[in-house]
Every structure is written in structure tokens, then in C-alpha cells.
Design a protein around this ligand. Structure first.
Ligand code: NAD
Length: 354
């Protein structure tokens, strides 16, 4: 056994079907009153009304102003609402965008957060906070943004369209995949990572087949919780760096970018992380980790080429340079030619190759 440091993060997780009904009791347990409900506009706002109704007299209102990648302008507007309504807590319902807004408020005010995730992105389990200022996304790690309570209600994920559920699930899996070869990996998080991949790999193909299958949705949400815990606990590597560069520079959609890049990043790292590859392949029930991920994405009907989600071909070079300019630690050293080939394959939608 390799030496390791295991740093457990505080978390209270309520998981199940119909768990939204426990929201008021959880808010009372935390001692919060005057809770402001946060969401994205549109469909998210409808769910926010449901949440506010559950909170009853503990709710002071709804702010449906969350925006992808947490621009500071959106945070400033929300802070104004917090001030006007004298909010004493935030309740975020939605995906990573809404959870990001809750974290932005908590960072600046120390207000407690209750989070009700409706996608599989995993932000709710992490002390990581990213925000965009002047078009540049900056990420920091601080316990100030870690939510006090996370309520996973499978019922709220039933309406997540299959196309979003599947790519969001692949995004979650990416956290667990990189946790298995992280520099600071440890046996507890590796157990969660393997179980998270196994649960998602089993559940995701069942969602497009039958979007109303509660077991598939429950298994996927359980896997997403485990994968989010991995993201919060250990460092990420090349795959997350590439997605950060591609999302930030070319404004590519978050979950789809993860889905396309993951098999290629895994193939790149395969020679340097054989034990992780064995565990990923075992969890996928596949002969090879990278090929298994590529085939899973194909089976899910996900887009498999960066060119199909809006990346211009002549920007591959820019992405290679940006990745090398500020690299994350990676099990295999970053080699310019191999990175160019990785991104070219991902751009074309070719199968992964080490
Ligand atoms: P998102 O929150 O933007 O949601 C994606 C889409 O799904 C939105 O249109 C949303 O309205 C819709 N949606 C969400 N739940 C739904 C439901 N139940 N039914 C129908 N539609 C629903 O995207 P995301 O992928 O969840 O999160 C991406 C963002 O989160 C990015 O900005 C990313 O950087 C951030 N993120 C942060 C961390 C972290 O640890 N800080 C971790 C993961 C992701």
C-alpha cells in the first residue's frame, strides 16, 4: 500500500425519492430562517417555486438569476437581492450553474447553503469555486463554499432530458476517473471512484431507453454523488485541464466537452497509470478503459467530436498552447505533439489512441 493522506470533508447528505419534503426540517435543524431560493430562469424557476412552497414561512423569495460559469455580474445582482430581502441562508435548486451562484454568495457573506442538485455535475460536494470575470474563469478552493446540507431527491431528476442526463453523467464519471490516478489519491476515495463509475455506467444507458425508470435515475444520482465527492477530495489532471481550457476559451458546453474529451485523456494517461486503468475498465465492465468510455458515450448517443459542439479546427493549436502554459499535475508528462494528436482525434470524433 502506498502512503497516503486522507482528509474527510464535512458533509450532510440526504438521499432518496421524495426527500424534498425534508427540506423544511433540514433548514430548521440548521437554524436558518429567511432563506432565499436560487435557480436558473425557465424550467429551473418552476422547481424553485416548489422549493419555496416546501420552505413555507422560512422562504423570503426566489432569485432565478443563475448563469453558466458564474459571471460576477450575476453574483452582484444576487447579492443585491440577498441584501434587500435580508436573507439568512440560500437554498440552491438546479445544476452546477445554480450551485455556483450559491457558492458565490456564501464566499462573500458566509451564509449557510442547502443545495438540491438536479444534474450530475457534482459541484455540491466540493469546496471548489469557479467564477468568470471579464471573460476569464478563475477557480479557487475554500471550505467557505462547501454546502452545509445536500438533499438529493431522485424525483427532481426524473425530468432531466435524457440527452442532458447522459452527458452530465459522463461529466461526473470524469471526476472519478481522474481521482483514480490523482497524485494525492487515497484508498477511500478510490473505492468511491470505482463504485461511482460502476453505478453510472450501469445506469446511464437505461435512461434513454426508459426516461421514467426510477431505478436508473436513482443509480445515476447515487453514482454522481460519489463522483462529486471524488472531485472535492483529490486533485484532477489532464482531462479537467483540457475541459477547462476548451470551455473557457471557446465557450463550449460543459458536460458535452467532458463526454468527448474523456476517452482521449484516459488513453493518453493509460501507459502511466496501469492500476487506475484496470479499475476503470473493471467498473465499466470493458476490456480497455479508454475504449470502454468511448463505446459508452457512443451507446448513449452523445456527440463524440469537438467540431460538432462548436470548436473551430484552427483553434486546436491555441488549446495545446493554453494547456501547456499552465498545466495541472498529470501522471504522464505533457508532450506537445501527443497533445496535438489527442485534440485532433477528439476534434474529428476518432476513437481514442494512446
Ligand atoms: P447547468 O447547471 O447549467 O444545467 C444544465 C442545463 O440543465 C440547464 O439548462 C438547466 O436549466 C437544465 N436543468 C438542470 N436540472 C434540470 C432538470 N432536473 N430538469 C430539466 N432541466 C434541468 O449545468 P451543469 O452541467 O449541471 O453544471 C455546469 C457548471 O457547473 C459549469 O459552470 C461548471 O464549471 C460548474 N461545475 C462546478 C463544479 C465545482 O466543483 N465548482 C463542479 C462541476 C461543475
Amino acid at each position: 500500500m502506498q502512503p497516503f493522506v486522507y482528509d474527510a470533508l464535512p458533509a450532510r447528505v440526504v438521499f432518496g425519492s421524495g426527500t424534498l419534503a425534508q427540506l423544511k426540517a433540514e433548514a430548521e435543524r440548521l437554524g436558518v430562517c429567511r432563506a432565499l431560493v436560487l435557480s436558473t430562469p425557465g424550467r429551473g424557476e418552476e422547481q424553485a417555486y416548489e422549493v419555496a412552497a416546501q420552505l413555507g414561512d422560512l422562504s423570503v423569495g426566489i432569485h432565478a438569476g443563475a448563469v453558466m460559469h458564474t459571471p460576477v455580474e450575476a453574483t452582484e445582482q444576487a447579492l443585491q437581492v440577498v441584501k434587500e430581502l435580508r436573507a439568512g441562508a440560500v437554498v440552491a435548486i438546479g445544476g452546477g450553474s445554480t450551485i455556483g451562484l450559491g457558492k458565490a454568495i456564501a464566499l462573500r457573506t458566509d451564509l449557510p447553503q442547502i443545495v438540491i442538485p438536479t444534474t450530475y455535475a457534482g459541484s455540491e460536494m466540493t469546496p471548489i469555486f469557479g467564477e468568470t470575470k471579464g471573460g476569464v474563469k478563475i477557480t479557487q478552493r475554500t471550505l467557505k463554499v462547501l454546502p452545509e446540507v445536500v438533499i438529493y431527491d431522485v424525483d427532481l431528476t426524473m425530468g432531466l432530458p435524457a440527452s442532458i442526463a447522459t452527458t452530465s453523467g459522463m461529466n461526473a464519471m470524469a471526476h472519478a476517473v481522474e481521482a483514480l490516478y490523482a497524485r494525492d489519491r487515497n484508498p477511500v476515495i478510490s473505492l468511491m471512484a470505482e463504485e461511482g463509475i460502476r453505478s453510472l455506467a450501469g445506469a446511464l444507458p437505461r435512461i434513454p431507453e426508459d426516461p421514467h425508470d426510477p431505478t436508473a435515475r436513482s443509480d445515476a444520482l447515487y453514482g454522481a454523488w460519489l463522483c462529486g465527492t471524488c472531485l472535492g477530495a483529490v486533485g484532477m489532471a489532464l482531462h479537467h485541464k483540457l475541459c477547462h481550457v476548451l470551455g473557457g476559451t471557446f465557450n463550449l458546453p460543459h458536460a458535452e466537452t467532458h463526454t468527448i474529451v474523456l476517452p482521449h485523456a484516459v488513453a493518453y494517461n493509460a501507459p502511466a497509470a496501469p492500476e487506475a486503468m484496470e479499475r476503470i475498465a473493471r467498473a465499466l465492465r470493458a476490456a480497455d478503459a479508454a475504449q470502454g468510455l468511448f463505446e459508452l458515450a457512443g451507446r448513449l448517443g452523445a456527440k463524440q467530436a469537438l467540431r460538432d459542439i462548436g470548436m473551430p479546427e484552427d483553434s486546436i493549436e491555441q488549446a495545446v498552447k493554453a494547456t501547456l502554459a499552465a498545466p495541472y499535475w498529470n501522471p504522464r508528462p505533457l508532450e506537445e505533439a501527443a497533445l496535438r494528436s489527442l485534440l485532433t482525434r477528439a476534434w474529428n470524433g476518432d476513437p481514442p489512441q494512446a
